[in-house]
Design a protein around this ligand. Sequence first.
Ligand code: V55
Ligand code: FE
Length: 496
Amino acid sequence: MVRFPDAPVFAGFNRPMRFEGDLYDVEVVQGEVPRQLDGTFYRVQLDPQYPAKAGDDMPFNWDGMVTSFRFEDGHVDFRSRYVRTPRFVAERAARRALFGSYRNPFTDDPSVAGMVRGLANTNVYFHGGRLLAAKEDSPPIELDPETLDTIGPFDWGGALTSVTATAHPKVDPVTGELVFFGYAATGEATPDVAYYEADATGKVVHEAWFQVPYPAMIHDFAVSEHFVVFPIIPLVMDLDRLRAGGAAFAWDPEREIYLGVLPRKGGGDEVVWHRASNRFASHIMNAFDDGRHVHVDTPVGRTSAFPFFPDLSGKPFDPLATSAYLSRWTVDTEGAPGIGERRLLEAPGEFPRMDDRFATRPYRFGAMALTDVPGDSRFGPPTGAYRIVAAVDPESGRVDAYSPGPRSTPQEPCFVPRAPDAPEGDGYLLVVVGRLDEVRSDLVVLDARDVAAGPLATVALPFRLRYGLHGNWVDRAVLDGRSRSGAAPGTGGGGR
Ligand code: V55
Ligand code: FE
């Protein structure tokens, strides 16, 4: 028998859905879906199959459900499927949770000791002809791009020597290479990191190992033309705490942050650590370099954005203190050690994305979910929740914003170019929007060049989607194998 605890995390709009389905030709209730959109938008959402074995459950510990929106000739077909991770399959057979707390193997049922704990719940990306659903504690799971059926764990033909692989790999759009890494690479709370590059076909061509100043969550990283940058932010991981059944990560407000910088395809002994005082960052919008200075653009906040990880100082969680502002970190690889920081935007937000055809290079277009645009009278007072979608220019600080309404929740925007050779930022933003009062979700299509004008089309699902993390667009030509990427000549496509 399944019964979820009577807790806010499982109530109302957040009630587990656990439903897989197909909806052909979803109703378009407003506007017209641009016919140029020819391909599939994949994303992943969090949906627990069973109530957790441990009482202290949290969203990052829920099963990954991949959704696809297939665009063709102004029509959109929807599909959703759970990723059949080894963990999902074992729990389904047992008809109950066998795995315990988030990232804590010491809380598991003895019957699953040693099993891969991955949930494939953080990102879904396409590279080398494969669709991969990923979580940073395990190897990705390959899916059939058409049916979303699970093919199985993917380890780059045995080349993945780390027990983990990031959910935020980057594609170099010029070479088509996938740049990725695993942290806690030899087990939870270990200081080991493995860095890899795979060529456009998915063959691993580079591997380097190094150790971090202290074990921490390395949720995302930065890749430029000539450098790779690993941010060490003090969401610390500790083996003793894990053994005692405690939280996998805790926020340490005392600890400094580090950026580990090494040349692309450099060896583990080439990492140089740059330090700055305590602050929080999670996702990277983009990075670029001039051969000497590396610039990393990321929303920076004063403290951890995650209420479910304890603060080592004992301070209670303060949602207003978490506001993050897109900022530029600069490291001079030939000068003095240290990290320069400059704020790029005055509007707080997260889920930074870009036009992936310009990833790793200088760029002028980003997209984000915002909690506020100070001074914009169209939006009411901030609530701390994401309620605004925006296209932004990291150079000028220009914000082109649209709010789907105070009772609507936009998820991460995904950019799609209007055509393979369209100028940077000329295209569409695809955004899943939750309608809290209608208990339903829409997929909204915005003009990336005029976001404030509101949706070009609203694709209305007659049911709600779950809280989702990340996703990517894949052009039809790439899915059909006619092109390595539909994004631009010579690009890898698929993005992070
Ligand atoms: C995040 C999400 C995760 C995770 C670690 O920042 C970090 C997001 C959905 O799982 O395991
Ligand atoms: Fe993420």
